[in-house]
Design a protein around this ligand. Structure first.
Ligand code: KMH
Ligand code: ZN
Length: 268
């Protein structure tokens, strides 16, 4: 097995301090969470930013500032969200790509996302894929339901995305595929020979992570996906979640990837 790549999604777009009191909001707070997560073992940071009011934003300036603060302190792979928040127009979603991060997300279909609708019609996906490619960025395809993987294979055949794409599999978004291990097994089987990463949302976090580690996949953790360390107890930080994944991986005798190893795996 290749070493384990740990991705950390430090803030997301939908959470508020009312729901999770330790939520980082300013560029400095988000960068600090990212840096501590990298020191704990994460090599890939999935980035969203917030404006002065703490609202989700796709501001180029805020992404630039946050990226600079992270890069000043540590080497890591930085992945920008092109998902933004529910309802963010596509022009805003792709705006930060001019900064040419290492990677960017590309969601592969429309989905109910809690009470909202995360819109990714085929034309939206094409627009985002084109912007990612134009800026020389490696996409990570976000798969929240099994049909989205079919779209990914179809888009790869049409050369809209790379032939050997890498995926982030999200299990347990309310409206998407759930966290049954059977779902993970099915998708992993279809992705043999591809680089894939799994994230269990909320209570799916530990079972999905532990299985993905032992199956040769990679793992995404972070406050965007899961605010609890265990039932009824908030995670104190992103780093705390990363540290536990490192411990599990060590126990399973799967080494954790360094940044150069992760860059090689992603072909960066
Ligand atoms: N905020 C969600 C609606 C991504 O970052 O690419 C979408 C999201 C996916 O977070
Ligand atoms: Zn995100």
């Amino acid at each position: 097995m290749k070493p384990l790549i740990i991705q950390c999604c430090v803030v997301g777009a939908e959470l508020t301090r009312e729901v999770y009191p330790y939520l980082p909001l300013t560029p400095r707070e988000i960068a600090t969470e990212a840096i501590l997560a990298v020191r704990a073992g994460a090599v890939l940071v999935h980035l969203h930013v917030r404006d002065e009011e703490g609202r989700p934003s796709q501001s180029v300036d805020l992404f630039k500032e946050t990226t600079k603060l992270i890069r000043n302190e540590c080497d890591c792979i930085i992945q920008y969200s092109t998902g933004g928040a529910i309802g963010t127009p596509v022009e805003e979603r792709i705006a930060p790509l001019v900064l040419k991060p290492d990677m960017a997300t590309l969601s592969m279909g429309t989905i109910n996302f809690g009470e909202g609708v995360f819109e990714n019609r085929l034309e939206t996906i094409r627009i985002i894929a084109k912007a990612i490619q134009a800026n020389g960025i490696v996409p990570e395809l976000e798969i929240f339901d099994t049909g989205m993987l079919d779209t990914a294979f179809r888009f790869a055949a049409q050369e809209i995305i790379p032939k050997k794409f890498c995926t982030g599999l999200g299990f347990g978004v309310p409206g998407g595929m759930n966290g049954d291990i059977q779902n993970l097994v099915t998708l992993a089987k279809r992705l043999e020979g591809y680089v894939w990463m799994a994230s269990g949302i909320g209570r799916n976090h530990l079972p999905i992570s532990a299985h993905a580690i032992s199956m040769g996949g990679h793992v995404r953790v972070g406050i965007e996906d899961n605010i609890y360390f265990r039932k009824g107890e908030y995670a104190k930080s992103n780093a705390q979640l990363v540290e536990r994944i490192v411990r599990i991986s060590n126990e399973l005798e799967r080494p954790v990837a360094t940044v150069p190893e992760a860059r090689e795996i992603y072909g960066l």
